[in-house]
Every structure is written in structure tokens, then in C-alpha cells.
Design a protein around this ligand. Structure first.
Ligand SMILES: [Zn+2]
Ligand SMILES: [Zn+2]
Length: 67
């Protein structure tokens, strides 16, 4: 799967406090364990326009096909 280069600065940091990148959903720190999240937490993240949950890596926004 070809992925666009992610512009989130989590990737360039040496200390990352989250497991997943909120922009592309890639693992940026595999020393942090994935967590299960409550639905309301995802709802809150979606409201602040994160594409992926930083704790469990689940996609929060429906990806539109055709682009
Ligand atoms: Zn990313
Ligand atoms: Zn989550």
C-alpha cells in the first residue's frame, strides 16, 4: 500500500508520547502499548480533526474513495 508522506511532526521527533500518528495512523512509538478506547473518546478526537486515534490507531474519519 502506497502511503503519502506524512507531514505530522511526530515522525521526526526522538521522543514521541503517543503510539500512533494522528494524521496517518502509522505506529510512531512501538514502546507504547496500544489501548482500547471508549467510543466517546474517539468522538472527541474526531471533533478536533484527528484522522486516527493516537492510542489504538483506529481510523476516525471515513476515508473518501476516489481521491
Ligand atoms: Zn503520520
Ligand atoms: Zn482509540
Amino acid at each position: 500500500m502506497l502511503r503519502k508522506r506524512c507531514s505530522n511532526d511526530n515522525h521526526g521527533r526522538s521522543v514521541v508520547t503517543v503510539r500512533f500518528c494522528p494524521t496517518c495512523g502509522a505506529v510512531v512509538n512501538d514502546r507504547i502499548l496500544a489501548r482500547g478506547c471508549a467510543l466517546e473518546k474517539h468522538t472527541r478526537m474526531r471533533r478536533v480533526r484527528k484522522a486516527y486515534c493516537v492510542d489504538c490507531g483506529q481510523g476516525l474519519v471515513q476515508q473518501r474513495s476516489g481521491r
